[in-house]
Design a protein around this ligand. Structure first.
Ligand code: PGA
Length: 261
């Protein structure tokens, strides 16, 4: 696991945007796994700027989002499809039909989950997966207790997640109680993974994921099994890491050895 500690949230956003931009620059038909929530917003903003500055085209790229609320259609203001359209897709040249977000109001939710897995496989698998982390340690909507080999499925949201996300809804009662989410196994199949975390609210979850035991109780700890997982945190989210000076030394070594090119 590579742990990169940056001064602040804008630096985390720049790092993530540059990682996506260089993935597309190296492979124009890359398959990107995308996340929603507050954390990746700055990264998407910077990615749009980079795509203009570097004349990067996303016309051959394909994207798969991690999750969607059950019951919310694509035009619902709090749906993740709407978030992605507004914050990213409509500002890139990616054809909408190459962007996939689970359909939260599908007539048959179980076949939507199976179909989503099949679409990812048909696209050749995910090259780079962006992740946030919940205060309860979730990735996607894989709540504590999720099987570490789970695939895309329906997952009940914890009360803590519903409270954390209530800010996007008129009231707590309007927050959906279930989601469709890629499984932890689906996420681990991505060729590389970038988890972003900012702010003191994430410090405990980050510490448990990076330095705690591998456990379904902290779904993000499953990234300890991944061969190419990078955790990008600001100082606030890094505050509880016990091996913090080692992570800083490792980054200095990478620089000294020219491994960041
Ligand atoms: P946030 O959500 O970026 O809005 O904090 C992260 C998550 O729940 O995965």
């Amino acid at each position: 696991m590579r742990v990169v500690i940056l001064p602040d949230a804008p630096s985390v956003a720049r790092f993530a945007a540059e990682a996506v931009a260089s993935t597309i620059a190296a492979k124009s038909n890359a398959v990107l796994g995308l996340a929603t929530g507050s954390t990746p917003l700055g990264a998407y903003h910077r990615l749009i700027e980079l795509s203009r500055e570097q004349k990067l085209s996303f016309k051959d790229a394909t994207t798969f989002n991690l999750d969607e609320y059950v019951g919310l259609g694509p035009t619902h203001p709090a749906s993740y499809r709407r978030y992605m359209n507004e914050n990213l897709f409509t500002q890139l040249d990616i054809p909408m039909e190459q962007t996939f977000v689970p359909i939260g109001n599908a007539a048959n939710l179980l076949s939507e989950c199976e179909e989503y897995e099949r679409r990812i496989a048909d696209a050749g698998g995910i090259d780079l997966q962006l992740l946030g982390i919940g205060t309860d340690g979730h990735i996607g909507f894989n709540e504590p207790g999720s099987s570490l080999s789970s695939r895309t499925r329906i997952k009940t949201l914890t009360e803590q997640t519903r409270r954390d996300n209530a800010r996007f809804f008129a009231s707590f009662d309007e927050v959906p109680t279930s989601s469709i989410t890629m499984g932890i196994g689906t996420i681990l199949d991505a060729r590389s993974v970038l988890l972003l975390a900012t702010g003191t609210g994430k410090a405990a979850a980050v510490q448990a994921a990076v330095e705690g035991s591998l456990t379904a109780s902290i779904p993000a700890s499953a990234l300890q099994l991944h061969r190419a997982a990078t955790i990008i945190v600001d100082e606030a989210a890094a505050a509880r890491l016990e091996r913090i000076s080692y992570y800083r030394d490792s980054e200095s070594e990478r620089l000294r050895l020219g491994l960041n090119q």
